[in-house]
Design a protein around this ligand. Structure first.
Ligand code: ATP
Length: 236
């Protein structure tokens, strides 16, 4: 589903991501882990088609994000690390706007909006102006908006930040259910114990380079993901 080949991203002279290769297959949940500034957001934005890059290639379902950007965007969802959304709209207006962008018919949008907004416990706030939402409520709305068009690849940048424990639990369940249906999820996180529990795969990035990746149980072995990560971080 997702193939990253020799991807390099520079900001001026600075190399943020340095020649990474990674494949995430259908139905896998892959955690993207690394220290602050390692290159996670840069990689996620490049996959989502909102950050240009000159070197390497990224394919979603066999389509290049460079040359088939609109086709790729129809198949993916990207949740950035900050839920900055249109503050003057109500929650339901925002979700309908997203449904319009993805061309959902009335029945589909009603069903999917109701289903996910109930599960993420934001259904009772959809009539309110987003500007009055708390950070966590905005995050819930953005997560609902990411799911309603049934994307094949879901990219999430630190999705659990700001979620209350019940919603966080529900979203983990949703992620696992979607993966069972063949949806691919690639997400960045600093919450290693959750990643260890829900992810089938993991990729660890350090200073712009992937230092290990693969099946979670093989990569971490008998120890914890945290122990592995700290060992790799301290090993220069
Ligand atoms: P965090 O865990 O803190 O979110 P990250 O792994 O997502 O970090 P990135 O945001 O991808 O890290 O940043 C990778 C590197 O690129 C960092 O050194 C950062 O300073 C640099 N960088 C990111 N965005 C820009 C930008 N717009 N201009 C210049 N440098 C940038």
């Amino acid at each position: 589903m997702l193939e990253i080949k020799n991807f390099v991203k520079r900001y001026g002279e600075k190399i943020a991501v340095n020649n990474i290769n990674l494949t995430v297959n259908d139905g896998e949940i892959c955690a993207f882990i690394g220290h602050n500034g390692a290159g996670k957001t840069t990689t996620l934005k490049a996959i989502a088609g909102i950050l240009d890059f000159e070197e390497g290639e990224i394919f979603v379902n066999g389509l290049s994000v460079k040359t088939n950007d609109m086709e790729v965007k129809k198949q993916i969802a990207f949740v950035p690390d900050n839920p900055d959304i249109y503050e003057h709209l109500t929650g339901i207006e925002y979700l309908n706007f997203i449904a319009d962008v993805f061309g959902l018919n009335n029945a589909e949008r009603k069903e999917n909006i109701e289903y996910y907004s109930k599960r993420l416990n934001i259904n009772n706030n959809l009539g309110e102006i987003i500007g009055t939402y708390s950070h966590g409520m905005k995050q819930k709305l953005v997560l609902v908006s990411a799911l309603i068009h049934k994307p094949k690849l879901i990219l999430l940048d630190e999705p659990f930040v700001g979620l209350d424990p019940a919603t966080s639990h529900e979203f983990k369940e949703i992620m696992q259910e979607l993966a069972k249906q063949g949806i691919t999820i690639f997400y960045s996180t600093h919450v290693l114990d959750v990643a260890e529990k829900i992810c089938s795969h993991v990729a660890i990035i350090k200073d712009g380079k992937i230092i290990t990746s693969g099946e979670m149980k093989k990569v971490k072995g008998k120890g914890s993901l945290e122990k592995l990560f700290l060992g790799l971080e301290n090993n220069d």
